[in-house]
Design a protein around this ligand. Sequence first.
Ligand code: 5GP
Length: 346
Amino acid sequence: MRIENEIKLDFKDVLIRPKRSTMHTRSIVDTLREFTFRHVDYPYHGFPIIAANMDTIGTFEMAKALAGRNFATALHKHYDAEEYIAFFRTLPENTAVFYSLGITEHDEAKLEKVMGDLDKKLRYVCIDVANGYTEKFVNFVHKIRQKYPHIVLMAGNVVTGEMTEELILSGADIVKVGIGPGSVCTTRKMTGIGYPQLSAIIECADAAHGLAGHICADGGCTAVGDIAKAFGGGADFVMLGGMFAGHDECGGETIEKDGKLFKRFYGMSSKTAMDQYSGGVAPYRAAEGKETLVPHRGAVEHTMLDIMGGVRSACTYVGARRLREFSKRTTFVRVSQQLNEVFGKD
Ligand code: 5GP
């Protein structure tokens, strides 16, 4: 047994210090980013937020709405091959929509079918497992990279620099970072495993950037300020589940309770999801996700505008004219209090 005594940080432990600048209005901030990737010379251009590949969030409807403002989406993996093929055919060139898969033979065969039909129309692929530390996962990432050299490959989840490096060297362009911070995740409670998300972002970004790779901070953003902190910590992309929940474009049931509308939102390892897709929770495992009801919030357009507005304002406070300069201009200060909650927590 060993204890690491160095302090590790979550979003709630810091604020971003404002800095003197000559910028007079937030409207001049450029929030779009351009990337080319470690393994493929394919240009990405967009606002680097990705809707999570949860079946309530990563829907076709969400992808269409988000693409309208250059946000990206990772589709959930429960559509049929034919449905993906039809959907990707309707997408304009250069739209960042990820096809997601796990690492089973079935997942691989389904990707082969979809890729066979779409060829270069499918450019973004996300290999997603709860635990990105297994040899089987690393080998799978390597195999998919060899098979499809033209794709932008995102893979995860991990939370440490050495595994970020291993995934990039094995073929990932973007490493997805986060174990346990999610809004409907119970991994930390059920297993005791995890890593404070802001430190995970800082350490994994550092490791990835040293190899010309990228990272996507996945999970734990509860407000736009957390997204800004993730970018400040070096995240190239930020993935959101809970912040996109409750909208018209989400999947899942809408429920009426005491005259108010709610949307069901649940983790992909929750009992709800496993009952739906795997015939229940297998006896050898425990659910590592939970279910909640989120007040219905209308069209996702309002949330997109809030996110863009908040990030733009954060850039202005530190004097970053472009989102790409934001992390260089970020100084975090450790705090013991974030918000004044005298009139509630909102
Ligand atoms: P959020 O933005 O809601 O805080 O986090 C979204 C992320 O939580 C997802 O992208 C995914 O990585 C993670 N997640 C989703 N469902 C589950 C689950 O059932 N269990 C765990 N451990 N993580 C989940």
